[in-house]
Design a protein around this ligand. Structure first.
Ligand SMILES: [Zn+2]
Length: 307
């Protein structure tokens, strides 16, 4: 790693992270990301350029507005640092290549979607749809190399070594990933809705997985869906257990209920809370998509070697 390039890419990441914070706040509210200038949501005073320096300003102001001293969410700091780290990791992993540019764009969109979903339970079209187009476009320059690239050359009579057909196969892989990723989540959502009567996955997740599929191709998209579902389920289980334990203790200590009865009642109420709670599934899918483009291939190699 060249230290000068590395620092420049990290600084670039911090600046993009700062812009991403604006998108996370404004896109779900239907506001423009360009105008007006950033202002404090509490006192509405515009933020001067010297209070808008990534990471440093937040630390110097100790997470408070200079004017009205109302707290500024630590999310601003976290998103900037994560975007910087992500850009740096892409450079470290893919070198000074077009792949680095591709995964910086992809990672930027994913971080934005993860935090928007966590805060507002929305996955804005203004991120997922341009992301889908960008993923398809990048497949023309950075080969996706998935199932279509393996099997299409045997099925169609195109000169397999020409760069034109290689580009075509790569695009087919990107398209296949998008279609299967989106259809799979749509199918799971439909089954979930039938089985439990509440919406577990919305159209936002379908469009998110179309975007992920276009960037990653079929294999890593399936990896994302399966590991994302496992992570989401573990999180759901952990939440319900935490709520159960807390409510049991409260019933025993404050209401002096017999412990067996308290646990039974607490379990029933925790189960109702879980059913009402909408899981931010995009958070888990988005996080596992980031894991997928860094280590998914190694994981699949290791997995297939076991059998
Ligand atoms: Zn303020």
């Amino acid at each position: 790693m060249d230290p000068v390039f590395a620092s420049a890419i990290f600084a670039f990441g911090l600046a993009f992270g700062s812009f991403l914070n604006v998108c996370i706040y404004r896109l779900p509210r239907g506001l423009s990301t360009v105008t007006p200038r950033s202002a404090c949501p509490n006192c509405e005073k515009p933020i001067s350029f010297y209070d808008n320096i990534p990471v440093l300003s937040w630390l110097l102001l100790q997470g408070r507005c200079r004017n009205c001293k109302s707290p500024i969410s630590p999310r601003y700091l976290v998103v900037e640092l994560l975007t910087g780290a992500m850009f740096l990791a892409c450079y470290w992993h893919f070198g000074l290549t077009l792949a680095t540019l591709k995964y910086c764009c992809f990672g930027f969109l994913l971080l934005g979607l993860i935090f928007t979903d966590a805060e507002t339970q929305l996955l804005p079209d203004k991120m997922t749809l341009p992301g889908l187009a960008l993923g398809l476009l990048f497949s023309l320059f950075v080969p996706v190399n998935d199932l279509a690239s393996q099997f299409l050359p045997g099925l169609v009579s195109l000169p397999t070594s020409s760069s034109f057909s290689l580009t075509l196969f790569s695009f087919a892989d990107s398209l296949l990933g998008a279609i299967v990723g989106a259809s799979f989540i749509y199918g799971v959502g439909a089954i979930y809705l039938r089985a439990r009567g509440v919406e577990g996955m919305g159209f936002g997740d379908v469009k998110l997985m179309a975007m992920v599929g276009a960037f990653l191709g079929l294999k890593l998209t399936m990896f994302t869906i399966f590991t994302g579902s496992i992570a989401g389920s573990l999180f759901g289980l952990w939440t319900v257990l935490a709520v159960w334990i807390k409510r049991s203790r409260r019933r025993i200590k404050q209401n002096h209920e017999p412990s067996r009865e308290a646990r039974r009642r607490a379990w029933a109420s925790a189960a109702i809370a879980l059913r009402r709670h909408q899981m931010p599934f995009g958070v888990f899918l988005g996080s596992m998509a980031i894991v997928a483009f860094f280590v998914g291939d190694q994981f699949l190699h290791w997995y297939w070697r076991m059998y």
